[in-house]
Structures are given as structure tokens and as C-alpha cells.
Design a protein. Sequence first.
Length: 381
Amino acid sequence: MKIAWAAALLWLLPAFAPVRAADLQSSLDLVVPEPPTPVNVGGETRLVYELHLTNFSPDRVMLKAIEVRDAERGTEVAEFEGADLSALLGHPGPKGGPAELRIIEPGMRAVSYFWIAVGTGVTIPRTLTHRVSFDLLQPNTNVPVVTDGGVTAVNIRPPPVLGPPLRGGPWVAVYDPAMNRGHRRMLFAVNGRADIPARFAVDWFKVDSKGKLAHGDEAVTANWYGYGADVLAVADATVVAVRGNMPEATSVSVHHNALQNASGNFIVLDLGSGRYAFYEHLKPGSLKVRAGDPVTTGQVIASLGYTGDSTGPHLHFHVANGPSPLAAEGLPYVIRDFEVLGGYGTIAAFAAGRPWKPSPKDPDRRSLQFPLANGVIRFAP
């Protein structure tokens, strides 16, 4: 009876969903957990999201190419292969991941972290789909497979427009979308769901004209240029959570805090419409607000400090869709006004303490943009 029932299913399959012979080899599941939202990053529209690829095959998978397509027009939005593809991939779980990032072991998952530039004047797709080319690495042979999936609508909801979280400058917008263990690629499975709360997080470090972080001895916390700076409300909002009593060290060293203490002293603002602003690593005893307080744009709410998991005094800032530091999805936002003074070519150049390169345009004023990675900016008064 079971054999007859299975045979009937195989006979009926073409009537319901025509399947290509090559697709019968496909055991790669494609899922986009959160739809992309277009955001203006440094003057260029970006689609920022993730494609999760899970190998349900008993064989290893070797990814060869991922093509992002406009599902309605049938046109290519972007394609990644070779080294460009490897640079997108991360493997949740193992810290280092496999030696060959394009390989997905049986029962394992890879995540493709997209940060796609959309050309000027190009219509933003309303729906995206993905075409993945890969080999099933079977004994004595490689079976080539092409599969389509990971269909997702593009969220056209405009990102919130925020005021500056700090005054003046120069401030470095430290982040790197391609860093393996950076904010952009840190998945946290909390309350039965994996989220990237700091998808659009920026660590704001203050520097001088030569890229130095401190005057005098850099090992002294209070010598850092940003230490003690006023932290500002980015919008008219309501305070929903605070912590202000975590102590900080007087000398700068590597902090190793439990996950629940990684934020250090913090403030969370309810911006409305399901958006929450997070301020982390604040100076102990400096918080000027309590949960339930209303705040107005530009109001001083705390001082920049050195608490929690921190490599030095700075302000961690991000926006998410819930009030939890970990159980929420990071959301894009844009800053109303700022001036680009220059920038670092890479996050490694910043970490090495090298001078930043001045902007060729003076003044280089920007509005309604998310800052470029490792850009050096001055906030408008």
C-alpha cells in the first residue's frame, strides 16, 4: 500500500509543480528572515539583508554563485561569485567557520550578508528572489545544481530621520559590513529566534586631526577625547529602559563581560512606530533620565563612558524593532544633517591609529543619510 501511494505521488507531481531533473538533486533551503529596507548610505541607496542557506543534503555543498534578481522584472540586481561570494558568507556557530567559506556541510547553515548598492536612477525592486548555483560534492563526482528561492518583499517604509546622538566632532563612524565578528554579522538566538539587533550599529569614537584617540597616555580612560561627552536624544521620544550603575575601569583594557552586561550602562528610547534607539557604554552616574521620562530632540541624557564590552571610550548607537538589546532586529535610520570631514579606507587603518584622509570636498555637508563606514564627521549644531 505504501509503495502504491508513493508511486501515485510521483505520478501526480508533474501535474502540480513541474520539476526539472536537476532540481531533484537540490537540497539547499533558501530563506530571507527579514526583508530589506532601502537606505541611503553615504549618498548611495543600499539593500541590506541576509539570505540563510541550509544544506539538507547528505552531501557537502560548494557554492559557486548567488544572483539577486528582481522577481517582477526578471532582471539581475547583483551577482556574486569567487572571492566576492566568499566575502559575503558567514557560518553561525563555529568561530572561524570552514577553511573554504563557500562549503556548507550536511545539516549546516551559511548566511550571506548582503550590502548591495543600487545604481543611481534605478527603480528599487518591490520583490527579490535568488538564484544559487552550487555543486553537490558526491563521492567520485560533483553534481551541478541551480536552484531559485528566498523570495522576499522589499520594505519600502522610509527609515526614521534622527538628530545627532553627539555634538561636534571629529567623530568616526566605526563599523565594517564585511567584518566576520562585527555588529553587522552577530546573530543572537534569544527567545527561540535568531536576530541581528545591531545590523546598523555605529560605534562613535572621537579623534583629533591626526587620528589620535586620546591626549597624553592612551591607557588612561579619562584621557580619551570622547570620554564624558554629552550624549543627546536623537528624537522626541520616551525612555523605556536604563541602567546606570555599572562601574568602569580607570585604565583602558580589554573587557570580558557576560552577554547580559555587554551593553554596559545604557538607555533605550521608544521612538514610536515600533522603533527603539539604543545608547550603550555610558558613564556610570551620568544618566539624567529614568524609565518613563519623555525626552526632546537634542536633550542631554547621559555622558559617554567606558562600560560593558568596549575597546575604549565610545558611544554604541543602533535602532531596532524592539526594546531588548539582543531579542530584536536592527533597523536602518538616517541622520538629518552632518558634515563629512574625511574618513578611513578601512577599519584596520582606524584600529592602527593612522591619520584619517580629509574629504576632497570642503565643506561636504550631508542630509538624510546613514554615515559611510569609518567616515569622519562633524554633527551639525
